[in-house]
Design a protein around this ligand. Structure first.
Ligand code: COA
Length: 337
């Protein structure tokens, strides 16, 4: 949906955090039948970060949040709502929103958890944008974070997935734009098709099973995430451009108006196909999967933070975000910086 200009939401601070331990493709060669060459060629990934020891998704989220808070130059106590996106919460329940809220000492403000996997950041951004424009909240902390590395199948059987994913977190601070200067979130478009749920999912634990946790499922590796990689690839290459075109149309813009495209970093080949599908020059596409792997909900805010800090995104730029992931879900957001 298109937003009226006088009530737009702006991003006033960004931050990201990845755990210090770097895991290279060569490190993975020691665990399974794979090669640096295969991983680079098929995904573009060179290395990713994995947590060490007992670190939760909420811990990564808190570090990213602290950086976004510092970047926005605000007091944490001025935040009046938290939105948190992840598919890898610290616990089965509650979600990480409340843990982030408590670890940052944010009193008793509300905390919303968003479960839309790789599209989680844009879904969360859309929800936060509605709250800001409605006047419900004035300063929202949005965090997206993942710890994937502790539940990947590092055997040969799981090598298609386990080489792709990394741990990390990104955060943004959202506020109403007090000025009528055109800056802010122009639109968000959210889509899903649940008929494809089983093409990219973690099937177990499943409370329909009684008991939910069964040794047999464990022995069969059914607590690991699984995907139909080719189907995901084809759909991601089709759906992300569709979501971007929906946003362009709603805003009366053309592809040429986009200064920076930040696709979810699923696979560099997918990002390049999305650019090709949209006929957008590859120089305008933000790509950092080489260093982080696929960090699911965190990938877009990490890339956004990097592109802002290194000057690739400047005041006045039109920034397009797009994502695709488990569900299937896909989405776009347009932001005038
Ligand atoms: N190392 C070495 N070989 C591997 C491997 C790995 N890590 N993973 C899979 N292979 C093998 C396969 O077993 C297959 O072998 P076979 O031909 O003997 O059966 C071969 O490589 C080719 O597999 P294929 O699935 O055709 O490769 P691909 O070119 O489709 O690339 C993906 C595989 C997973 C990289 C690709 O499908 C993909 O990126 N899909 C989308 C994944 C994604 O983005 N998921 C998250 C979405 S948010």
């Amino acid at each position: 949906m298109k937003m009226p200009m006088n009530s737009r939401t702006i991003i006033t601070g960004t931050g990201h955090y990845v755990p210090p331990r770097v895991v290279t493709n060569q490190d993975l060669e020691k665990l399974m039948d794979t090669s640096d060459e295969w991983i680079r060629e098929r995904s573009g990934i060179v290395e990713r970060h994995h947590i060490d020891g007992r670190v939760g998704t909420s811990d990564l989220a808190v570090e990213a949040a602290r950086r976004a808070i510092a970047d926005a130059k605000i007091e944490p106590s001025s935040i009046d709502f938290v939105v948190a996106a992840t598919l890898s919460p610290d616990h089965y329940f509650p979600g990480i929103g409340v843990l982030v809220q408590a670890k940052l000492g944010l009193g008793t403000i509300g905390a919303l958890d968003v479960r839309n996997q790789c599209s989680g950041f844009i879904y969360a951004l859309s929800a936060a944008d509605q709250y800001i424009r409605a006047g419900t909240y004035k300063r929202i902390l949005l965090v997206a974070a993942e710890v994937q590395s502790t539940n990947l199948d590092f055997s040969d059987q799981g090598r298609d997935m386990s080489v792709l994913f990394g741990d990390g977190a990104g955060a943004v601070i959202l506020e109403p734009n007090g000025e009528d200067d055109g800056r802010g979130i122009l639109s968000t478009h959210l889509f899903s098709d649940g008929r494809f749920a089983a093409h990219l999912w973690m099937e177990k634990p499943c409370p329909m099973d009684n008991p939910t946790f069964q040794r047999g499922f464990f022995d069969e590796g059914r607590f690991f995430p699984r995907m139909d990689g080719r189907n995901v690839f084809v759909n991601a290459c089709q759906r992300m451009p569709e979501a971007v075109r929906a946003g362009l149309e709603a805003n009366g813009l053309t592809v040429d108006d986009i200064d920076a495209l930040i696709p979810h970093q699923a696979n560099d080949r997918i990002s390049l196909m999305v650019a090709k599908g949209l006929k957008i020059p590859v120089e305008k596409v933000v790509r950092n999967i080489q260093r982080f792997g696929n960090t699911t909900a965190a990938s877009i805010p990490i890339a956004l933070d990097e592109a802002l800090k290194d000057g690739r995104i400047k005041r006045g730029n039109l920034v397009a975000l797009t994502a695709f992931g488990s569900g299937y879900t896909w989405a776009s957001a347009f932001i005038r910086w």
